[in-house]
Design a binder for this molecule. Structure first.
Ligand code: FE2
Length: 408
């Protein structure tokens, strides 16, 4: 079974990444920060987790306010680093862990956390600024990541208590994953800082030290705090420390802080801490495996629920059809289908299914009908004709089975 080996709390200030990329490790202005990450790197080197489950937030890089999820789990096999306006950081892509991520998703939904899910969206400094200091990554990262994005930008944010409970649910999910994986939980953000308005530059190191004490000894007290209290004590953008509570919730009631550092240079008190499990009195509640809502559906003929396994398997193909909302892409499909295939990097099997207009084959492959129907418009087929094709009937025969064939 998978096991949580401990947790890491860390700031994720973008300048940490910038200083790293500019190799300022020995610069006296930055050395106290980098020194603080050495024991973390050492701990990870000794513990060798297979997966880091990362509670982080996206800073309007991969998600925008047109649809900004409160909680979202990344299930991709691979994550790129985001371009935040100055080009991509010189870091390799990092592997995801799709099977664990899907298990976590299903388990969280069973636990009544209705999470969003994302694929193929790059990770920004919320993940990658501290990650580079903790994990060696040349030529490749030593393990995988399961990113869980939390909205800390656009109110209403989830409450601190909700984040703490999310952590507990994540623990139940991980501890019910059948593979022997070592998982470390990372919570990012803070500590005190404010970077907008006339209060810009606000810090409160005394509160930060109290926060670091409470996260070990009394996380329930932190979980009861309102966002306004966090903003007043630590500065507006420090309310993101609710992501540390998600990490804390996934750990034992008793934990040991084996390393802690904080360093305030300009605007943010940059903190990092490592926590080891101290043992728990309570066994976690028995989790539910898979998706019990769909149990028994395998026996129902001719029915293919579009689930995360299908979505992951057919991600490129679903995007190919989804792109048919764009006039320029439709024109490309009409003009040069193979160029459109190339753009989406479809494999041979996927190209063959599209070329044959094998509607049923596409559904069985994992395509959602609701993107497929956009392609039907382009090839001038009605939905009724697609339904008939999936049933292996002519349109006329299919219509004879309808109550009012003339309505077609
Ligand atoms: Fe942030």
């Amino acid at each position: 079974m998978a096991k949580i080996i401990g947790g890491i709390g860390t700031s994720h200030v973008p300048t940490i990444g910038l200083a790293y990329d500019k190799k300022r490790q020995d610069d006296p202005a930055w050395a106290p920060l980098f020194e603080g990450y050495k024991p973390v790197a050492q701990w990870l080197e000794e513990q060798k987790p297979d997966v880091l489950l990362f509670f982080y937030n996206d800073h309007a890089n991969s998600f925008f306010f047109d649809c900004y999820p409160t909680f979202a789990v990344g299930i991709s096999p691979n994550f790129e680093m985001a371009d935040e306006g100055a080009g991509r950081r010189p870091l390799p892509d990092i592997q995801g862990h799709p099977q664990l991520a899907i298990h976590v998703m299903e388990s969280l939904v069973n636990d009544e956390f209705d999470m969003a899910v994302f694929q193929d969206r790059p990770l920004d400094h919320g993940c990658n600024s501290p990650l580079a200091l903790m994990w060696p990554h040349e030529p490749a990262w030593p393990g995988a990541i399961v990113p869980i994005a939390i909205n800390v930008l656009q109110y209403p944010l989830p409450t601190a208590a909700r984040c703490y409970k999310l952590g507990k649910a994540v623990r139940r999910a991980i501890e019910s994953y059948p593979e022997d994986l070592k998982v470390a939980i990372v919570g990012t953000g803070g500590l005190s800082h404010q970077i907008h308005g006339e209060r810009t530059g606000f810090n409160n190191v005394e509160w930060d030290e109290e926060f670091l004490r409470l996260i070990v000894d009394n996380p329930e007290k932190l979980a009861q705090m309102r966002h306004a209290e966090l903003v007043e004590l630590g500065g507006a953008e420090s309310a993101e420390v609710i992501m540390w509570l998600a990490m804390r919730g996934a750990l034992d009631d008793n934990i040991r802080c084996i390393h802690q550092n904080h360093y305030l240079a300009t605007t943010t008190n940059m903190a990092v801490a490592v926590y080891e499990q101290g043992g728990d009195d309570q066994a976690p509640a028995a989790p539910v495996h898979g998706n019990p809502q769909l149990a028994g559906l395998d026996a129902l003929e001719g029915t293919y629920p579009f689930d995360l396994h299908a979505s992951l398997h057919a991600a490129r193909l679903n995007r190919f059809f989804w792109r048919h909302r764009e006039p320029a892409f439709r024109a490309l499909v009409a003009r040069d289908l193979h160029a459109a295939f190339d753009e989406l990097q479809l494999n041979e099997a996927e190209r063959a299914l599209v070329t044959a207009q094998d509607w049923l084959g596409l559904i069985r492959y994992g395509v959602s009908f609701f993107v497929l129907e956009k392609f039907a418009r382009v090839v001038k087929m009605s939905n009724l004709a697609v339904y008939a094709s999936m049933r292996g009937e002519t349109l006329d025969d299919f219509l004879k089975t309808r109550r009012v064939p003339a309505s077609a």
